[in-house]
Design a protein around this ligand. Sequence first.
Ligand code: ARG
Length: 457
Amino acid sequence: MSKKMWDGRFSKETDAAANDYNSSLRFDCRMYAQDIRGSKAHCRMLVEAGILSKDDGDAIVAGLSAIQNDLDSGKLSFVSDAEDIHMFIEEELTRRVGDAGKKLHTGRSRNDQVALDIRLYLIDECKEIRMLIKNLYTVLIRLAFDNLDTIMPGYTHLQRAQPITLSHHLSAYVQMLQRDMTRLDDAVKRMDVSPLGSGALAGTTYPLNREFVAKDLGLSGITENSLDGVSDRDFVIELTSAFSILMMHLSRFSEEIILWATQEFAFLELDDAYSTGSSIMPQKKNPDIAELTRGKTGRVYGDLMALLVIMKGLPLAYNKDMQEDKEAIFDAIDTVKQALVPFTGMVETMRFRKENMKKAAAGGFTNATDLADYLVRKGLPFRSAHEVSGKLVRYAIETERSLEEITIEEFIGFSPLIERDVYEALALETCVEKRTVPGAPAKAVVEESLKRALSFV
Ligand code: ARG
């Protein structure tokens, strides 16, 4: 076992199994670039503040750059018994530049170091994930523009309710994804501060310039309290919560795609590139990508729950329990990224079976509300109109017809207020087009909403 950097007060080596258990290197190694960036900023600040000589500072920065290159190229690997990525890089630096390397950690603790690294790492990942969400968002907007006239039934209780358009339906997901992006932006705002200078928990006696470090790293400020600076993981939980909500949206969409791809609904067909077959049933074409996304949502919820439970009993300030935040948030990040790419491809390539959507909207009396509204326009109070329309639905069911198939004479038998223009009022296109309040499915309203969505950055 290599010599520990903190072994001064110890008389024995760490037990191998204990060291293995303790070490986070196998998973926190993915933050090496952020660790190096943070160390360079800290080093430049130490020189600026006169705590470190310029020569030592130059040696450290050059050494860190060389380590970064070797890690990027794979020349240097993480095979080591180091306790974590911070120790790994510091040990490697000292091996390469000697005593100067030992001075890097002046005025710093791994507690504020890890709190910085995870922030930098998450900010970087958020940029990438936001782009992936934006891709799906853009695909949905395009599909929605293509389907402004595609009539389908809208559902409540999974029962056909009122006619809408596919465009209006897709546009609901556009709104969800837009909120998901703003949730990421909000989470980033709160993690965009530097905890360096918090030390182990009580700051430091060196005259550190904390603002210098924050600025060097492009962060918008510094944490206010050193105890909070090292022990706050709210931003990790907040981000995982935002991911959970995003996955919930993908999962609801997945559920609809799975339903719509059934022969019973037959509202869409998935592209062969995004479906799978059965090893026994030759006819099968399964919506695995949607199902897996629905399943992976549970996994991200699990990460969120793990984080909440890890943090709930911890006294201030740092506790080793907090090392457990990494695998949870890394898993959430990996899962969200893995899901978004094929999900977007699946959505982009699926073919809507518009005739079946229209047929479904025409059955199921989705225009019964419009019949009631028609009677209201003719002067009947809404509750009475609702009753007349309900009786007509029952009559239509009994005589196995749709509302439009009832003759005018029959209509008049139910209410003398009904005239020939009722057929125009009952046409599905009319039902959709009459819904012109903001947010409703009328073509012009959805079109305007989609234009606004398109200008969202
Ligand atoms: N690997 C640790 C973590 O991820 C870094 C901080 C360790 N600090 C300490 N004093 N043990 O939380």
